[in-house]
Design a protein around this ligand. Structure first.
Ligand SMILES: Cc1cc2nc3c(=O)[nH]c(=O)nc-3n(C[C@H](O)[C@H](O)[C@H](O)COP(=O)(O)O)c2cc1C
Length: 325
């Protein structure tokens, strides 16, 4: 399949693996890229820019195909060494960056000068238009269904994607709730030129995370996510577990008076506990409603091959067959 996204990134299939904290390591990024999609290393999972440089080098030993790095801009008391991470990306010869979390304007001149293509992930038409106006090459439009941070507007992809198509000139991919060929074809019909998947790529053989997490995703239904941290305007969609129940109880009790410190036990340091040690009740970790569509744990190659073959069957068979002549 050829779209403006496959052309922009030099990839075979219009499928991107979004940055995921403690999931987007070299193993997963390389596996997705080797299968013809775009794999992405999560920058801030690496503790220092030097560690990121090593992870980029490690990924290069596993794939000769293009891969990207995610840079998430978070509100933080002590911000990470962003200039250092950007330097590691440029020096590592990476040519694609996925930005998220906040306006990446400050970093664009450096990235552009190094010939890097930037895809900004955001959850609204207004932020997509901002990304376009500051010179981003593409946008990843993340609907309310998504795992992670859906923003505060709560617009699902059946509305958000066609709205983005009405306004944007640069290409965009659909993100949030994407799992299979049906998602891809539907996203294309709504105006996207590819799709970005997070949660689905966690349940793959190569995802370097604990088996308990993969099994939990297969077992989960579309009813099993919850929104947390809404009172802090830092909403996150997570998989329900005992730690999340505790967090939600605190949100109910403390109401508008809730502060970050009140819930630190349920949100800080959770990723290594869950992803590396498989402690499923530790607390809040991102997961999309798409868990309800995950029924197996294929390799990335099997997953992507299946999506592309089924997409062709849907377009040439089911959809074309509905036209009367
Ligand atoms: C476990 C997990 C961790 C994530 N961590 C990040 C992150 O660090 N930075 C980021 O930009 N997005 C992050 N995301 C969001 C994904 O990149 C992607 O936008 C989202 O998962 C898409 O929705 P889906 O899960 O329905 O496919 C994370 C998602 C998951 C499931």
């Amino acid at each position: 399949m050829k779209t403006r996204i496959t052309e922009l990134f030099g990839i075979t299939h219009p499928i991107i693996q979004g940055g995921m904290h403690f999931v987007g390591l070299a193993e997963l990024a390389a596996a997705v890229s080797n299968a013809g999609g775009l794999g992405i290393i999560t920058g801030l999972t690496q503790r220092t820019p030097a560690d990121l440089a090593k992870e980029i080098a490690r990924c290069r030993t596993m794939t000769a195909k293009p891969f990207g790095v995610n840079l998430t801009f978070l509100p933080a008391v002590t911000p990470p060494d962003y200039p250092g991470y950007v330097r590691a990306i440029i020096d590592g010869g990476v040519k694609i960056v996925e930005t998220a979390g906040n306006n990446p304007q400050r970093w664009l001149p450096m990235l552009k000068e190094a010939g890097i293509k930037v895809i900004h992930k955001c959850t609204s038409v207004r932020h997509s238009l901002k990304a376009e106006s500051i010179g981003c090459d593409a946008v990843s439009v993340d609907g309310f269904e998504c795992g992670g941070h859906p923003g505060e507007d709560d617009v699902p992809n059946f509305i958000l994607l066609p709205r983005a198509a009405e306004e944007l000139a640069i290409p965009f991919v659909a993100s949030g709730g994407m799992a299979d060929a049906r998602s891809l074809v539907a996203a294309m019909a709504l105006g996207a030129e590819g799709m970005n998947m997070g949660t689905r790529f966690m349940a793959t053989v190569e995802a370097p995370i604990h088996e308990n997490v993969k099994r939990a995703l297969v077992a989960a239904s579309e009813l099993d996510t919850r929104l947390v941290m809404r009172p802090l305007r830092n909403t996150e969609r997570v998989l329900i577990n005992a730690g999340v129940e505790r967090l939600l109880e605190k949100e109910r009790t403390l109401g508008a008076g809730l502060k970050f410190e009140d819930i630190i036990g349920e949100v800080a340091g959770i990723y290594p506990a869950v992803m590396q040690r498989g402690e499923m009740d530790a607390g809040a970790w991102s997961c999309g409603m798409v868990a309800g569509l995950i029924h197996d744990i294929p390799t990335c190659q099997q997953l992507i091959d299946r999506i592309m073959a089924d997409a062709e069957a849907i377009i040439r068979g089911r959809l074309e067959g509905m036209l009367e002549n």
